[in-house]
Design a protein around this ligand. Structure first.
Ligand SMILES: Cc1cc2nc3c(=O)[nH]c(=O)nc-3n(C[C@H](O)[C@H](O)[C@H](O)COP(=O)(O)OP(=O)(O)OC[C@H]3O[C@@H](n4cnc5c(N)ncnc54)[C@H](O)[C@@H]3O)c2cc1C
Ligand code: FES
Length: 353
C-alpha cells in the first residue's frame, strides 16, 4: 500500500484502532489517519480530540505519543481528570471501532529537526516529564533515536509510584536497547526504591545527571510549579533560557488583572452579525466561556492559548488578550484574538472562525 501524499488538515472523524490500559486512570489509543490522508506532525505536537456533547462539539488537546515516521496512525494517552468533560468521555466511550472528532496536529512545542540535525547540534537532549506530560517526550524520543543516533537522550520522568508509570514497559525497553537513552525515574512513593530515584527531581539531580559545560537542549512538560523549579535548576546548571522549552497541559490561571476576581464586573454586549445574535458578557468572563454558554459554534480545544481553535475576529470594540500564541502578526493586525484568553473591555462586534 502506498502512503497517501495529502496531509490531513482541519477537522476529521477518526476511527480508534486499538486501546491499551496504561495505568488505572490512563489509557492509550491508536487512531487511523483520515482516509487518503497522512498524519504529518513534528515530534512534540498535539491533536485535538472530542465529541458532540449536549449538541455542541467539545474538544481538548492531546500530545501525540507515537513516531512521526508512521504517517498512517498516531497514538495518544489520556488520563482521567476528576470532573473532566472530554478526557473522561474518551476513557468511558472510546474502544476499537469507535470514531471521534479530531483536528489536525498543531502546536509550537516540538523538536526543531533542522537544529537537531545541524553539524553543531547539542549532543545532549534532556526530556523532563511528570505524569501524562510523558506523551510528547515519546514522539521526541522516537525521532531522536532514529535521526540523531549520536545524541544522548536524558529521559527524566516523575510519577507517584510504579503503578502510575505511563509507557513503563516501553521506556524500560528503550533503555535496554539503546545505550544513548538514559532513563531516570523519580517516584515520590516507590514500591521498589532501589530501582528508581525515590524523591522528586530537583537541582541536585540536574547537576548530577546532566553533563556540565556541554550544550544541552531541554524540553519540559508537567505542572507549572514542576517546570518553574526545573527551569531555574537548568539555568543554574548553565543551560541558557533559549535552550529550555516547556509546555503545560493545565489551563493557566487567567493572568494578573484578568479573569475571575479582577476589579470591575461591568457588563458588555457582544454582537455576532453572522448569527444575528447579541449576548451579554461581564468584564471577568472569557469570550470562549460566554460563546459556549450561548451555544455558539466555537471550539475551545486546549483552552490554554496554544491550539488556535478558538480564533475569532474582533470587528469593532476593545478586547484584552493574555496570549496570542499561534496567531501570526498579520492575524493580530487584522483583529484576530483567541477567545480562550481574551476579555471584553467594552461592547464588541465579533466574527467566529
Ligand atoms: C498542548 C496540550 C497537550 C495535552 N496533552 C495531553 C495528553 O497527552 N494527555 C492528557 O491526558 N491530557 C493532555 N492535555 C490536557 C487535556 O487537553 C485536557 O485539558 C484535560 O484532559 C482536561 O480536559 P477535560 O475536558 O477532561 O476537563 P475539563 O472539563 O476541561 O476540566 C475539568 C476540571 O479539571 C481541571 N483540569 C483541567 N485540566 C486538568 C489536568 N490536565 N489535570 C488536572 N486537572 C485539570 C479544570 O481546571 C477543571 O476544573 C493536554 C493539554 C494541552 C494544552
Ligand atoms: S482553545 Fe486553543 S487557543 Fe484557545
Amino acid at each position: 500500500m502506498t502512503t497517501p501524499t495529502t496531509a490531513w488538515r482541519g477537522q476529521a472523524s477518526l476511527k480508534c484502532l486499538a486501546r491499551s490500559e496504561e495505568t488505572v486512570d490512563c489509557a492509550s489509543f491508536i487512531f487511523a489517519a483520515p482516509e487518503a490522508c497522512s498524519v504529518d506532525f513534528l515530534p512534540g505536537q498535539f491533536v485535538c480530540l472530542g465529541a458532540s456533547i449536549g449538541g455542541q462539539l467539545k474538544m481538548r488537546a492531546y500530545s501525540i505519543a507515537s513516531d512521526v515516521a508512521d504517517r498512517q496512525h498516531f497514538r495518544v494517552a489520556v488520563r482521567r481528570v476528576p470532573g473532566g468533560l472530554i478526557s473522561n468521555w474518551l476513557l468511558d466511550h472510546v474502544q476499537p471501532g469507535v470514531c471521534v472528532e479530531a483536528l489536525a496536529p498543531a502546536g509550537e512545542f516540538h523538536l526543531d529537526p533542522a537544529r537537531h540535525l545541524a553539524a553543531d547540534a547539542p549532543r545532549h537532549i534532556a526530556l523532563f516529564s511528570a505524569g501524562c506530560g510523558i506523551t510528547p517526550m515519546m514522539s521526541m524520543t522516537f525521532w531522536l533515536l532514529d535521526k540523531v543516533p549520536g545524541a544522548h537522550i536524558h529521559f527524566f520522568h516523575s510519577a507517584r509510584d510504579e503503578a502510575s508509570l505511563i509507557f513503563a514497559g516501553e521506556t524500560s525497553r528503550l533503555a535496554r536497547e539503546h545505550a544513548n537513552f538514559h532513563l531516570y525515574r523519580f517516584l515520590s512513593r516507590p514500591q521498589r526504591p532501589q530501582e528508581c530515584f525515590s524523591r522528586r527531581v530537583d537541582s541536585g539531580a540536574v547537576c548530577r545527571l546532566l553533563p556540565a559545560g556541554e550544550a544541552v537542549e531541554a524540553y519540559l512538560c508537567g505542572p507549572q510549579a514542576y517546570m518553574d523549579q526545573l527551569g531555574e535548576a537548568l539555568r543554574a546548571h548553565g543551560i541558557p533560557a533559549s535552550s529550555i522549552h516547556s509546555e503545560s497541559f493545565f489551563t493557566p490561571e487567567v493572568g494578573e488583572g484578568q479573569g475571575a476576581g479582577c476589579a470591575e464586573a461591568s457588563t458588555h454586549a457582544i454582537n455576532l452579525p453572522d448569527f444575528g445574535r447579541e449576548l451579554q458578557i461581564t468584564g471577568e468572563e472569557l469570550l470562549l466561556d460566554a460563546l459556549e454558554r450561548e451555544g455558539l459554534p466555537i471550539i475551545g480545544a486546549c483552552r490554554s492559548g496554544v491550539c488556535g481553535s478558538c480564533r475569532c475576529k474582533v470587528l469593532d470594540g476593545q478586547a484584552q488578550s493574555s496570549t496570542s500564541g499561534p496567531l501570526s502578526p498579520a492575524d493580530i493586525e487584522a483583529g484576530y484574538v483567541l477567545a480562550c484568553s481574551t476579555l471584553a473591555q467594552g461592547d464588541l462586534k465579533l466574527s467566529l472562525g
